[in-house]
Design a protein around this ligand. Structure first.
Ligand code: FES
Ligand SMILES: [Fe+2]
Length: 383
């Protein structure tokens, strides 16, 4: 990677061509993929201000179940309380700021204990004990600092910005996906990946199938792209996306092209013939299939490193069945994911070069442009 590019911020004018009309547009400038400065801005202006998917309510089935999530450099505790509510707090003691919890997840804890001077907190964030702090110490003034939390179709979202619009308002124009019953679906498989590429390359790659014929023979064999004219454009303030069609005789995205799992109940015939792909900004990739929902979240670790969590959600009936075996669909997307990460890593190797110039979009890459344009608008506002 060119050191010069890695240390630069793009100028707002460098983003103008990405923000233009599709026909005229060019891809993003190289700095956005490699610069530490850009990642700093993204953390402050995007990841610390927007609603981010951090998991599923079902990940925390009982009181005292918690997970730690890292957002924009902050550690956040997401915990289910004794009243059943899931809350989120900064993982920071209100005495002298010690980090509280270290284990990335836990089950059935009864309190949060600070290892430094042994203040302890209830699961709703209130102080339980603060040893020898004296009679005039006011527990109520020293509850853990809360983080905003919202829920949508079984997913948990956090937002570090106290002034952000509520999740429901933010998601007002998200397509109505209730028919996929995501709130009832159960995670049947989760794989985490460490990808040596910028998080935006992961989102861009997800948004087009121009590369599919060459890179994903197993995918191209069972599903086909639909022209923009035929599918229309699905776009809102918080997302973009579109469907692909399953080829005749194909039942779902799996190695065999067959589905051995129950279809999500109540879907229309049309819904059993298409797979939908949505990027929910900034970094949630949501793909409803006829018999499962695939979800990726792509979180930046460094300009050239992304942590991707991939989950397969199935009907409770499927996961609860004796001999539940999702390997046909898991293997399909695991193979496809790894092919994609190799492409993203290849792109990462080029976009930081002195020789990189923003290029044109191919006609089927309209969703890449929508993502890039959304991003360019965000970044331009931060420069
Ligand atoms: S810093 Fe936590 S109890 Fe002192
Ligand atoms: Fe791909």
């Amino acid at each position: 990677m060119s050191i010069e590019v890695a240390q630069r911020l793009p100028r707002a004018t460098d983003l103008d061509r990405t923000r233009g009309t599709f026909a005229e547009a060019r891809t993003l400038p190289g700095e956005v993929y490699v610069s530490e400065e850009v990642l700093r801005l993204e953390r402050r202006g995007i990841f610390a201000r927007q609603w981010l998917c951090v998991g599923r309510e079902a990940d925390l089935p009982a009181a005292g179940d918690y997970v730690l999530k890292e957002i924009a450099g902050d550690s956040i505790i997401v915990v289910r309380g004794t009243d059943g509510a899931i809350r989120a707090f900064y993982n920071v003691c209100r005495h002298r700021g010690s980090r509280l919890l270290d284990a990335p997840a836990g089950r059935g804890v009864t309190r949060v204990l600070c290892p430094y001077h042994a203040w302890s907190y209830n699961l709703d964030g209130t102080v339980q004990t603060a040893p020898r702090m004296g009679d005039d110490f006011c527990k109520a003034e020293h509850s853990l600092s809360p983080v905003r939390i919202g829920f949508h179709e079984g997913f948990i979202f956090l937002n570090l910005d106290p002034k952000a619009a509520p999740l429901a308002t933010h998601f007002a124009d998200l397509p109505d996906l209730r028919r996929f019953r995501m709130g009832e679906l159960v995670c049947g498989k989760r794989i985490e990946y460490d990808v040596a590429a910028n998080w935006k390359l992961v989102c861009e790659n997800y948004s087009e199938c121009y590369h599919c014929a060459g890179a994903h023979p197993q995918l191209a064999r069972i599903s086909e792209q639909i022209s923009r004219d035929e599918r229309g454009q699905e776009i809102g303030d918080c997302f973009n996306g579109g469907p692909m069609r399953l080829r005749d005789g194909i039942e779902t995205m799996s190695m065999s092209g067959r589905s051995t799992l129950p279809t999500i109940p109540g879907l229309s015939h049309d819904d059993t013939r298409y797979v939908h792909y949505y990027v929910v900004y900034p970094n949630m990739l949501l793909s409803p299939h006829p018999d499962y929902v695939l979800v990726h979240t792509a979180s930046p670790v460094a300009p050239d490193r992304t942590h991707v969590v991939c989950e397969w959600l199935f009907t409770a009936e499927a996961v609860g069945a004796k001999g539940f075996d999702p390997s046909d669909v898991v293997q399909f997307w695991d193979v496809t994911n790894r092919q994609d990460w190799a492409l993203c890593e290849r792109a990462q190797a080029g976009v930081g070069s002195r020789g990189y110039r923003p290029g044109p979009y191919q006609s089927s890459e309209d969703c890449v442009h929508l993502f890039d344009r959304w991003y360019a608008d965000q970044l331009a506002a931060l420069l």
